[in-house]
Design a protein around this ligand. Structure first.
Ligand code: SF4
Length: 938
């Protein structure tokens, strides 16, 4: 369902026009008209399920376009001869009774075939539709283009690539009901035309490069690129590399110098914060949320850094805070302190490595995921993306996995190497250089945690640190050290070594052939041959190892991976099971290969340095070989630690997931057991001052839980700003079913959201515990609210948070926002924007999360001393902030029976600002909330 679907059309268009600022149809539209003189047919199917093997078509929509204009449509229901599942009816609105008199597929297909003829087919995820039709021998030879693939490359900064989000991006209005075949077919056709115009505006040499990269692969975006090349055949291509200007040289700045005179402080600083700076203290400081003000430490930090010429590092936990700091608070601060220099740093994995990019461009992509990512990166660079962000938008695990080949998170990535290879034109090195000259250095918690113990840290030396949103530090420090290994990723790493004709070894031999005298060349060739022969065996043994691991999972559990991944914690007890013997045997063979290869590559790298000095062999080859040796060493050590359990400070687990179209995927995970140890050893003890701050640090009145989780020193001081009483009503239904009661709970939840929305007449934020839960209920809720002229904005369709928020604000009274908890924690709602918040469940950790279980084992009473405080902090982060930010009356409804029945409920209530609490059956909710909002209840 589209998030803005119930907005009046005129209003929706006004929002979208304002938001997306469409380009005028100029040159590209003119070219587009010429190119699109051919006919194409956009196609969409509605089906009873996702798998073409056993699902059935229930509706076909096809739209014929010429010159980008819609000229003819075809639409039919198709009787599937089976019952249509309820969830399909919920999504499409197609009911079983609609099939009375509808034609069967055999009658429909000839008509569809006649309509399409030999036209090119276009669709969003066209592969899905073609699978259903190819099954009936239809369109098996037709050329097809996929708008998802095309958009993924041509819109490198888009946050979503689903059809609805792309329609919003191009201001394409739906022509009919959502999730109906013809509506989606027409939308896909219009989207294709919009993308085609974008494609025609790219530099010709870039179009050519992507078409060449795509040629060996069966990619559904190839056709438009080839057509664009054909269309522009007479255009002269510039000889320059289209991305040559994308990497800016590092900017020189004068060194830091103390500033004698500063303007007076804008506001009186809090005494504990001032004292922390002046007396070099460790302080936990909880402040009351105030969305209109900058964080209370910011100006103090800037003054300190300016006066003392000593940098202050500030870290944050959320994207929302980064955005506020970057776009609002720092510009305001710079206006007062023009000499102030602030620099953001990101995780290494977020930066594009220009050197690796060149290698991949030269070698070409191995598969479609790599190709899509590479092409997207090239378009992003050609559009100047690297200047404003370290990486393009990356969606989905396959693209993330491919990004690893391009990112700067390489073991061998050093300033020295960069200087010699890239002349310093590396975005990561540029930011690092600027950070070394900045007063304030800003980074997320993950970057801080990843950099504090590395051998070549991005962060310059610092002794003063401010950690905002400190309740998120443990999670993000964990994530930064969370390692994932899967067979596909490992195979890709191994492919970088190559053979005598390809990749690293191929490049070494090719270069040596022209530069080395015969004897050293023969010796190098012999060595490389042996190395390549050994490398060729590794994928085979790697597959054996992963097969053995999968067999081990199957032998130790009856569960099947379904929509949710199956996880098994790998403990000593598990390793001692007989079923693990096969794993050990497979590793003992593979481990010999990985160890020998790592040693051989290290030896080769040393030799290449000598050949570089003696015979001017490329130095880059030595660096690449060094990198490959380190990669192999790292791979060996990781698997050794994982399979023989040599890292006691890590939590290890196996995850088996079943992904649509990709089959089963086995991943090995490793994450730190206690990030507090890492923080204590590598961070706190090196600092003079640390301010650990945020709006949710205490559980009740106690800072102890978070202090312990973060490993803060004993002498850390604590302080919290007084929380002001808010005009909040907390309604706790006494008759809520347990969430485990499935359908009964879902119906109850839907009733509660609908009644609350009707009572408040909108201005409601309902936070679901998961996307699955939201998807189950969103359609029902939206349909009912539409009858009451209330507008539903729903996160489950992939609409971006910005678009949803803008729609919510544009509608104002009458808007209901359905979101997933966590995603909205940091969003600032203005006064009067919300009248009510509904929370579906208390935010307890998932009980079978291996990290949660492993960490809980260090507590005598894990539930009371770990699970509850953890959930209370998350609860404060979510609803506490929403209540604190409102100065008008607001109602909070919590649909969790535990708030009535469990002792710990009071701990949750105590963590909120003083509020009016009412416990009553749901049927009293509407009257109670109405009285409260009208001021009748006090
Ligand atoms: S320093 Fe060199 S190897 Fe590292 S990211 Fe930059 S260009 Fe790549």
């Amino acid at each position: 369902m589209l998030g803005l679907q119930f907005l009046p059309q005129s209003r929706l268009h006004a929002i979208l026009r304002r938001k997306f600022k469409l380009q005028p149809r100029s040159r590209s539209a003119r070219i587009g008209r010429v190119v699109m003189r051919g006919i194409f047919v956009a196609l969409d199917l509605e089906t009873t399920g996702l798998d073409a093997a056993d699902a059935h078509i229930i509706e076909i929509g096809a739209a014929k376009f010429r010159d980008g204009a819609l000229i003819e449509t075809y639409r039919t229901l198709v009787n599937p001869m089976v019952t249509i599942p309820a969830h399909v009816t919920d999504i499409t609105g197609i009911r079983n009774e609609d099939m009375i008199g509808a034609p069967k597929l055999a009658d429909v297909l000839p008509r569809l075939q006649a309509f399409v003829g030999d036209s090119v087919l276009v669709g969003h995820n066209i592969e899905f539709d073609l699978r259903f039709l190819n099954k009936h021998k239809l369109f098996t030879e037709h050329k097809a283009a996929d708008t998802y693939e095309l958009a993924s490359v041509l819109l490198p900064k888009a946050s979503r690539y689903n059809l609805n989000a792309l329609m919003q991006h191009f201001n394409i209005a739906p022509e009919g009901d959502y999730h109906r075949a013809l509506t989606d077919a027409i939308a896909s056709g219009r989207l294709y035309y919009a993308l085609w115009q974008k494609l025609l505006s790219l530099p010709l040499s870039l179009v050519r490069e992507i078409a060449q990269l795509a040629a060996p692969l069966a990619w559904r975006g190839t056709l438009p690129f080839e057509a664009a090349l054909h269309e522009r055949a007479t255009e002269a291509a510039a000889h320059d590399d289209p991305i040559s200007g994308a990497f800016q040289a590092a900017l020189e700045q004068p060194p830091l110098l103390p500033l004698a005179t500063l303007p007076p402080l804008a506001a009186e600083p809090a005494a504990p914060l001032l004292s922390a700076f002046e007396s070099a203290q460790f302080l936990m400081y909880e402040f009351a949320p105030n969305p209109s003000d900058a964080p209370p430490y910011l100006e103090l930090a800037a003054r300190w850094a300016l006066q003392q010429a000593e940098p202050v590092v500030i870290t944050y936990g959320s994207e929302a805070l980064r955005q506020r700091l970057q776009e609002r608070d720092l510009p305001a601060l710079r206006a007062r302190y023009p000499a102030l220099r602030a620099q953001f740093l990101h995780r290494r994995a977020a930066y594009l490595c220009p050197s690796r990019l060149q290698t991949l461009r030269r070698q070409g992509a191995q598969n479609i995921d790599e190709l899509r990512l590479l092409a997207k990166t090239l378009v992003w660079l050609a559009e100047g993306g690297a200047v404003s962000a370290p990486q393009p938008s990356i969606r989905g695990s396959a693209e993330y996995s491919a990004w690893e080949q391009l990112s700067a998170e390489a073991e061998s990535c050093t300033a020295d190497r960069c200087q010699s290879q890239m002349g310093g034109r590396c975005p990561m090195q540029r930011d690092r250089q600027l950070a070394a000259q900045a007063h304030l250095i800003l980074a997320d918690h993950g970057t801080l945690a990843a950099e504090i113990h590395g051998h070549d840290p991005l962060l310059p030396p610092f002794t003063r640190l401010i950690v905002d949103e400190a309740n998120l530090l443990e999670d993000l420090a964990t994530e930064s050290q969370h390692k994932r290994l899967d067979a596909a990723r490992l195979r890709r790493q191994l492919a970088e070594i190559g053979d005598v004709q390809h990749a690293l070894i191929g490049d070494i031999l090719a270069e040596a052939a022209g530069k080395l005298p015969p004897k050293p060349e023969a010796s190098l060739t012999h060595f490389c041959n042996s190395l390549a022969q050994a490398a060729v065996h590794v994928p085979y043994h790697l597959d054996n190892l992963f097969r053995a691991l999968q067999a081990f999972i199957e032998a130790t559990t009856d569960a099947q991976p379904s929509e949710f991944a199956l996880t098994i914690r790998l403990t000593e007890t598990m390793r001692n099971k007989a079923a693990f013997d096969q794993v050990r045997a497979a590793w003992s063979i593979l481990g010999q290969f990985t160890q020998s290869l790592s040693n051989a590559l290290a030896q080769l790298a040393k030799q290449l340095v000598i050949y570089h000095e003696k015979y001017a062999l490329s130095r880059q080859l030595a660096f690449r070989t060094q990198g490959a040796a380190q990669m192999m060493r790292h791979l060996h050590d990781s698997l050794e630690a994982y399979l023989n359990g040599t890292r006691s400070e890590a939590v290890l687990w196996l995850e088996l997931s079943a992904e649509p179209n990709r089959g089963r995927r086995l991943t090995l995970h490793s994450a730190p057991l206690q990030p507090s140890n890492l923080l204590a050893a590598h961070l706190w003890r090196k600092l003079k001052m640390a301010i650990i701050t945020g709006t949710a640090l205490r559980v009740g009145e106690d800072f102890g839980y978070l202090r312990e989780r973060l490993g803060l020193p004993e002498h850390t001081l604590t302080c919290s700003e007084a929380s002001q009483a808010r005009q909040a009503l907390i309604f706790l239904p006494t008759d809520a079913p347990e969430p485990s009661e499935g359908e009964r709970y879902t119906r109850y939840l839907e009733r509660a959201v609908i009644e609350l929305a009707v009572t408040t007449q909108g201005r409601l934020l309902a936070l679901f515990s998961s996307f699955t839960q939201l998807r189950q209920s969103a359609q029902t809720i939206a349909a009912r609210l539409r009858l009451g002229n209330l507008v539903t904005l729903d996160q489950s369709d992939g609409s971006s948070q910005d678009a949803l928020l803008e729609g919510f604000r544009a509608v104002g009274k009458g808007a209901v926002l359905l979101g997933v908890r966590g995603a909205w924690d940091e969003v600032t709602f203005d006064e009067e924007e919300l009248q009510a918040v509904l929370l579906t469940r208390l935010p307890f950790a998932v009980p079978n999360d291996p990290l949660f279980i492993a960490r809980g084992e260090s507590y005598e009473n894990a539930f009371q001393h770990y699970a509850v405080p953890l959930a209370v902090l998350r609860f404060r982060q979510t609803v506490g902030r929403l209540l604190e930010r409102q100065r008008k009356r607001i109602a909070l409804v919590i649909l969790d029976k535990r708030m009535i029945s469990r002792d710990y409920a009071q701990t949750f209530l105590d963590s909120l600002p003083p509020s009016q609490i009412v416990r009553a059956p749901l049927e009293q909710m509407a009257a109670t909330v109405r009285s409260w909002l009208e001021g009748a209840l006090t």
